[in-house]
Design a protein around this ligand. Structure first.
Ligand code: C2E
Length: 353
């Protein structure tokens, strides 16, 4: 469940929102499942959310809100739901596979134990047996040997199948792990991956004494833009800004979607002057492109970004570095937007359009 909804459910109005969600579900004849409840809670209590926008679109289309519709919206906008399902599926396949290997090994072990016992008995009684008895013993040993060989062949082929299946599972889990670190809309890293990378970068900057810098970017007047042109076009603008930021943040640099219309770039091993130059390239590229509304070909007007940059200082924590970059971002906003500001030991320098 998203943290916004989490805080709504812990607010004094929690029961009112919950009741409204259930009423809305009843009105629109939606089954009261846990997943539908979570989605409809977004609809009534977080009207600006992507989930609310998707539900609104479904209602406007007049189509029924079926479980499949709900699952599709959840898979797109509540990644945790999709993720936990996929991890459970992968875990179940892995455990089934290991069970079958275990069973095959156990059966081979039992057969080979019985064979060993047969060999021991045979060798002991061979010494004082007549020819017929020896012949019958050799026959029974040959039957037992064939059985062991067949079991071994079956085990080998099962192990080969299992190796293939484990390879497929490993790839699938790797994909799930990548998805868990990726923002679905922009394909940039998500907030979780960003938090981990920032933590690592700060540790390295502190221990190795290399410079490192953080930039936080916000799309100017995005809410107004979204309200004017709709969520779908808003999403495309987010994708566009992400694509420019992703290009600027190539190599060792790391870019992420930090929140709704906010992005972050980490520059390991680079100082604030290098980060400023890179972010100015992004700002100029974004502000000089005329975007079109795909459905009508109308001009969408100028899209601009504001950026705040902070360089790591000895003793900085990730939260402290973020706070200084955020402070510089707000300096960019205050001084007119479409600019990049540096947080520099308390003073801020700004490069504007
Ligand atoms: P997308 O629509 O999936 O496009 C991916 C890439 O395909 C674009 O990357 C661009 O290199 C190319 N492309 C797609 N459509 C066109 C086109 O009509 N003309 C040209 N010359 N190239 C095209 P790019 O430019 O980095 O854009 C990334 C994403 O940003 C796009 O994904 C789209 O979601 C959004 N976007 C970019 N420009 C516009 C625009 O003018 N209007 C809208 N609504 N969205 C845009």
């Amino acid at each position: 469940m998203s943290s916004d909804i989490d805080s709504i459910l812990r607010s004094p109005k929690a029961y009112i929102w919950a009741q409204k969600a259930i009423e809305a579900m009843e009105t629109h004849r939606v089954w009261p499942t846990a997943l539908n409840f979570e989605l409809w809670l977004h609809y009534v209590a977080a009207k600006d959310s992507n989930v609310a926008a998707e539900i609104h679109t479904v209602l406007q289309s007049g189509a029924p809100f079926t479980d499949q519709v709900g699952e599709k919206i959840a898979a797109q906008h509540l990644p945790a739901v999709k993720l936990s399902g996929e991890i459970l599926d992968a875990g179940k396949s892995l455990s089934d596979e290991l069970d079958s290997v275990h069973r095959a090994i156990e059966s081979a072990r039992e057969t080979s134990e019985a064979y060993g016992q047969q060999l021991a008995t045979a060798s002991q009684s061979l010494e004082d047996q007549d020819t017929d008895a020896v012949r019958s013993m050799v026959e029974s040993l040959s039957v037992a040997t064939r059985k062991v060989r067949e079991e071994n062949q079956a085990l080998e082929s099962q192990l080969a199948d299992t190796t293939d299946e484990l390879g497929r599972l490993r790839e699938h889990l790797e994909q799930v792990r990548r998805d868990a670190m990726t923002d679905a809309l922009t394909n940039l890293a998500n907030r979780k991956a960003f938090d981990e990378t920032l933590e690592r970068t700060c540790v390295q900057a502190e221990t190795k004494g290399v410079p490192s810098t953080l930039a936080i970017v916000d799309i100017d007047h995005f809410k107004l833009f979204n309200d004017t042109w709709g969520h779908q076009t808003g999403d495309q603008v987010i994708r566009y800004v992400a694509s420019v930021i992703g290009r600027v943040a190539s190599g060792a640099r790391f870019s992420a979607r930090y929140g709704g219309e906010e992005f972050a770039v980490i520059f390991p091993g680079e100082n604030s002057a290098a980060a400023l130059a890179a972010m100015e390239v992004a700002r100029e590229e974004i502000s000089s492109r005329v975007l079109k509304r795909r459905s009508t070909n109308e001009d969408l007007g100028a899209i601009t970004i504001s950026t705040g940059i902070a360089e790591f200082k000895t003793g900085d924590t990730p939260a402290g570095l973020l706070e200084r970059a955020d402070g510089a971002l707000y300096a960019s906003k205050r001084s007119g937007r479409n600019r990049t500001s540096l947080a520099d030991l308390g003073s801020e320098s700004t490069r504007a359009a």
